[in-house]
Design a protein around this ligand. Structure first.
Ligand SMILES: NC(=O)C1=CN([C@@H]2O[C@H](COP(=O)(O)OP(=O)(O)OC[C@H]3O[C@@H](n4cnc5c(N)ncnc54)[C@H](O)[C@@H]3O)[C@@H](O)[C@H]2O)[C@@H](O)CC1
Ligand SMILES: Nc1ncnc2c1ncn2[C@@H]1O[C@H](COP(=O)(O)OP(=O)(O)O)[C@@H](O)[C@H]1O
Ligand SMILES: [Mg+2]
Length: 274
């Protein structure tokens, strides 16, 4: 499993062509971070930029602006209350990540609805964190887009109606097929379900069990899928990179911080570029 995963990573992370520019490496929009969970959107944004996305724009509550730019000045900011900006910009992105720290209130629901109404089938939509809970609680109809869900087991229980003890491959795959989406089911042994294919992450460590770890993974998946043509391979490579970096740091650390993982993404990508 480890060697076949390395092969996927190597065929995914391409050497950057000399005649490239920021436009070559994808435009990502990250929507999340309410007044309480700004850190989630900021960690996702950091992970996305460090994964090499060409342009990252973060739609968040304005209370997060200074912190966002302190941590990751490469990310652009839009006030997520600005309806007109969201409307006019949303279809210009290759990848939209919605959910990290979004919260579950009426305004969060309206943002999810707005994205679902406007997104098209050329775009990749990553649904994480609060946005998964919103889709589940409000039984939202999914839009016609390339959808990737990134639930942990509790979020998957809400979305799939499969209780955590019953989350086996057969039950999970049936639900994934019904959703017509890719599902990254996160746990101590994360699995990626897509098109009747299941990939099991060979890595991961309890040193990763800290808030923000999934927000960081979601940002990495956004950055990888924005750049690399094969979306399934890009998702697998991001999940692999996330835990590979964590496993390495955990050799000398009791706990690994999400932002530390982001710091090491560029070295990981250099090591495996092909
Ligand atoms: N610094 C920040 O701003 C943070 C914001 N966060 C945001 O908070 C919102 C709520 O997300 P939460 O996941 O905390 O809340 P949820 O209520 O969705 O789920 C958390 C609970 O699920 C249970 N659970 C069962 N199996 C699990 C598994 N395999 N992995 C994780 N939890 C499992 C745990 O008991 C945990 O308390 C999201 O939008 C998220 O992005 C969190 O990521 C924490 C950090
Ligand atoms: N014990 C563990 N072993 C391996 N990976 C873990 C462990 N605990 C958490 N993780 C990883 O950390 C991430 C947690 O995601 P999530 O619960 O969404 O975090 P958050 O929403 O707080 O950012 C997932 O990628 C999960 O696989
Ligand atoms: Mg999460």
């Amino acid at each position: 499993m480890f060697n076949s995963s390395i092969n996927i990573v190597k065929r995914t992370i391409r050497k950057r062509p000399n005649n490239s520019h920021k436009g070559t490496f994808g435009k990502v929009c990250i929507i999340g971070g309410n007044q309480n969970f700004g850190g989630a959107a900021i960690m996702a944004s950091k992970a996305c930029v460090y994964s090499g996305a060409g342009l990252t724009t973060t739609f968040t509550d304005p209370v997060n602006l200074d912190s966002l730019h302190n941590i990751i000045p490469e990310a652009m900011f839009v006030d997520y209350h600005d309806d007109n900006k969201l409307k006019s910009m949303i279809n210009s992105f290759d990848v939209i990540l919605i959910g990290p720290g979004l919260g579950n209130d009426d305004y969060s629901l309206s943002l999810v609805n707005q994205v679902f109404q406007q997104i098209n089938n050329h775009q990749i939509l990553i649904i994480d964190g609060s946005a998964i809970t919103i889709v589940a609680n409000h039984h939202l109809t999914l839009p016609d887009a390339n959808i990737i869900f990134t639930p942990h087991q509790m979020e998957w229980q809400r979305l799939s109606d499969i209780a955590i003890p019953d989350q086996n491959d057969k039950n999970n795959q049936n639900k994934v097929n019904a959703l017509h989406s890719t599902v990254v089911l996160k746990s101590h042994h994360t699995k990626v379900y897509s098109n009747n294919h299941i990939w099991v992450n060979p890595g991961g460590t309890p040193a990763q069990a800290t808030g923000g770890m999934g927000d960081t993974l979601a940002g990495m998946i956004a950055g990888f899928t924005a750049q690399f043509a094969n979306t399934e391979d890009a998702v697998i490579s991001a999940v692999f990179a996330h835990s590979f970096i964590a496993d390495k740091l955990a050799k000398n650390q009791y706990v690994v911080l999400p932002t530390q993982i982001s710091d090491h993404i560029p070295q990981f990508m250099k090591k495996f570029e092909n």
